[in-house]
Unconditional design. Sequence first.
Length: 355
Amino acid sequence: MHELQTRFEAEVAAAGDAAALDAVRVAALGKSGEITQLLKTLGKMDPETRKVEGPKIHAVREAVQAAITHKKDALEQAELDARLATERLDLSLPTDTGPKGSIHPVSQVMDELAEIFADLGFAVAEGPEVEDDWHNFTALNIPEAHPARAMQDTFYVEAGEGETPLVLRTHTSPVQIRTMMSGKPPFRIIAPGRVYRSDSDATHTPMFHQVEGLVIDKNIHLGHLKWTLETFLKAFFERDDVVLRMRPSYFPFTEPSAEVDVGWSTEKGRRVVGGSEGWMEVLGSGMVHPKVIEACGLDPNEWQGFAFGCGIDRLAMLKYGMDDLRAFFDGDLRWLRHYGFRFLDVPTLSAGVGA
Ligand code: PHE
């Protein structure tokens, strides 16, 4: 065997890591490595000698190259084995979970609403919070300069010359309009979301949440409205003794209109929904005004329905016992820890909407 082959094979065998092995490679096969130099001598040999020496030198180069490749694989495998032996993870060890977030009661109640109304065949609809004047008022039978505009303290958004006036929507009712105009009847939707009014005290914040309900179909009457509200409120408060009272009222977009009260009673010194010791108002409702149906391009002789609007924050306060609405939006972590719900630990409605 060639002396170089013997020597380099021994050096390869002795190389303890990748760096040492690479040093051997450079010394043997690098640009000025010994085997490379030897290969260069072939050019100066006479043809007869080259015929004999050529294959020998090439064989040396191939043998050393093969030894290096083989050793490289072996070193890599050894390194992997070492890592596998030392870097073992014990997946059964307890971990530091860090601070946990919680689900805001408003989000929780929105989920509950979606769940209840899904059982009744309602889809969830959405609309923009910066709304145009037409959807928020005009199409809802509140023409310009109508005194009903003053019922809600509106935030106006500056619009450019000749542009449609914009408002922060004062209620979720414009979603009724958007729903009717963008699809084909029948409709059964709820529209939960943020609304804005210039108002602030313990029970009013400039931003709050409402859920709108809308049903448009043929032969819909007040009885459907009453049943739907009763079924919804019983499922939401998880009590069968929820009693409703409908009082005649006025909304420009419904005719007839009714405000709905629920009965309350006292339990352990606290006022709870259920029973009928007293009444409190929870929502506004009515049969959708023919003018509204017409404004959406539908024939009011063919299609009727009912609508209702309800404060979500107020529902949360009544169900989960908070008494200051402003705390909902202060972002105080102590409040959130107390009133928030834990993910995967949220109370599910015990019964849903039973038949
Ligand atoms: N949009 C009304 C409000 O904000 C509530 C309502 C909705 C009343 C639908 C009737 C029908 O006060």
